[in-house]
Design a protein around this ligand. Structure first.
Ligand code: UD1
Length: 338
């Protein structure tokens, strides 16, 4: 059975990817330092898969950890999620973001080259496009100057990986540019665990509906969109997780030095108010919300062109916005109102 190392394996997207790797016949090996996740996630994974996967509680900034893992296991590929991801925090503490997100990647790449581990799937973001000139945004759209140190750390990471692949190394890599991952596993065993006040829309909605937050503020209704609120491409985390398995399978067919990047989205944009309405429909809850000012740094609209992913990864999304919101709501109900 092929072994895939999943860094950040206890995180939101990491944990769902661990489950999909298992479903596809791979053995995931996890590393996480619980900086933005909880040990209970491992139990959730076990409840779904019936397996206790090998787990390393460690920090990816510690190069010795990768050497140890690569010595103890024959690793066929790595899916690298472990990184900080709070946009606002990254503006306040840029060095924290550059240090963690870039240092851990360089460590990982150096250890991979040293130990002859050749396949890397990297967790990137549609933030690299900024506000695209054309929509849906295709992968050949220009990378725009980043709005935050977080966004910049993703852009620089993609460059680091590309440069390493072209430096005659044996490395093969794919960056996956996520649009807006939402939802939870349909079993409600794993889902998103925001620490503190959620910055992202859907956890804020479900926390409001269950009574943790008083009301949602919709950040602006004067954008040039159907109802004035921002447009995003919301993708079910289970669909997103499956794309990582496809990316690894594609890498295995490629030659040394291969590097490519793909959009992971549904291809359809929804406004914030459409998400609110869809949530009210699937949950049967009336959501308390108000319209507020625009949030600094928000782009007006972005949604993915998916042709390249469909053609080359052989992947497309299967789950609807409604299903994602239903699953997010079931997960919130499981977490409760504390
Ligand atoms: C954000 C980041 C993006 C990052 C992603 C990671 C910004 C500008 N972008 O995406 O780089 O990759 O998170 O998770 O921060 N909204 C409200 N009220 C809320 C929360 C959100 O109206 O309380 C709106 C936002 O204005 C936006 C939409 O909901 O239009 C989605 O917001 P969010 O979930 O934060 O994701 P992004 O901003 O798209």
């Amino acid at each position: 059975m092929k072994k895939i190392l999943v860094t950040g394996g206890a995180g939101f997207i990491g944990s769902h990817t661990v489950v999909e790797l298992h479903n596809a016949g791979y053995e995931p090996i996890l590393i996480d330092n619980f900086s933005n996740s909880l040990p209970s996630v491992l139990q959730g994974i076990k409840n779904i898969t019936g397996k206790d996967f090998t787990f390393y509680e460690a920090d990816c900034n510690d190069a010795a950890v990768f050497r140890k893992i690569f010595t103890e296991h024959k690793i066929d590929g790595i899916i690298h999620f472990a990184a900080y991801k709070a946009v606002g925090e990254s503006v306040k503490f840029p060095l924290k973001y550059y240090h963690n997100n870039l240092n851990s990647l360089v460590n990982l790449l150096e250890s991979m080259l040293e130990k002859g581990v050749n396949n890397l799937v990297f967790s990137s973001s549609c933030t690299v496009y900024g506000q695209p000139d054309k929509l849906p945004v295709t992968e050949d759209a220009p990378v725009k100057s980043a709005e935050s140190p977080y966004g910049n750390s993703k852009q620089i990471s993609e460059e680091i990986i590309k440069d390493t692949c072209s430096a005659q190394s044996d490395l093969r890599a794919i960056s996956l540019r996520y649009f807006n991952p939402i939802g939870a596993h349909p079993t409600a065993e794993i889902g998103e665990l925001p620490l503190g006040v959620p910055g992202n829309l859907v956890p804020f909605i479900t926390q409001t509906a269950i009574g943790i937050r008083e009301k949602l503020t919709v950040f602006g209704n004067d954008y040039n969109t159907a109802d004035g609120s921002c447009v995003r491409d919301y993708i079910h985390v289970v669909d997103l997780a499956k794309a990582h398995v496809k990316a690894f399978e594609l890498l295995e067919k490629k030659r040394e030095g291969h590097y490519d990047f793909f959009n992971l989205g549904t291809g359809t944009g929804s406004t914030v108010l459409e998400v609110v309405t869809a949530f009210e429909k699937v949950s049967g809850q009336k959501l308390n919300y108000q319209i507020g000012p625009r949030r600094l740094g928000d782009v007006e609209k972005v949604f993915a062109a998916v042709d390249k992913s469909v053609e080359l990864l052989g992947w497309r999304t299967e789950l609807s916005l409604e299903t994602a919101l239903e699953d997010a709501w079931r997960w919130q109900q499981r977490l409760g109102s504390k």
